[in-house]
Design a protein around this ligand. Structure first.
Ligand code: SF4
Ligand code: SF4
Length: 116
């Protein structure tokens, strides 16, 4: 089956990061995630929603926004990574067996019995 194209907010932020990130590496020096996956521009340029690695990768980012704070050009890589996560969830690649216990805990906590 043909995969749908990526959602517009993700298209826009990927294009923005790709065009404006100078690849200076400042944010990368501060972040193990970027150290592993490359600068925001490199991530934007090689992102492929159909590849499994691309779908799982954004969940390793803690969305701490340190990269946004250190970027001298006002780029927000964390926003791009959040949108990539959303894309992964839409493509059904955002469920991990490791989260089962936590999700179950959350479901019980929100149940009628415990919120009465
Ligand atoms: S938001 Fe993600 S990419 Fe940015 S500094 Fe934090 S962990 Fe790294
Ligand atoms: S600090 Fe800004 S310009 Fe430099 S690599 Fe990171 S996002 Fe790109």
């Amino acid at each position: 089956m043909k995969q749908p194209s990526i959602r517009r907010p993700l298209q826009e932020i990927i294009a923005h990061v790709s065009e404006t990130c100078k690849d200076c590496g400042l944010c990368r020096q501060e972040c193990d995630f970027l150290e592993k996956y490359g600068t925001p521009k490199e991530i934007a340029d090689c992102y492929d929603p159909k590849k499994k690695e691309g779908q799982v990768m954004p969940f390793e980012c803690s969305l701490c926004r340190l990269c946004d704070d250190v970027c001298p050009f006002g780029i927000n890589p964390s926003q791009m990574l959040l949108e990539i996560r959303r894309e992964s969830v839409e493509r059904d690649a955002g469920s991990f067996p490791e989260h089962t216990v936590l999700l179950d805990y959350e479901r019980r906590g929100m149940s009628k019995r415990f919120t009465w």
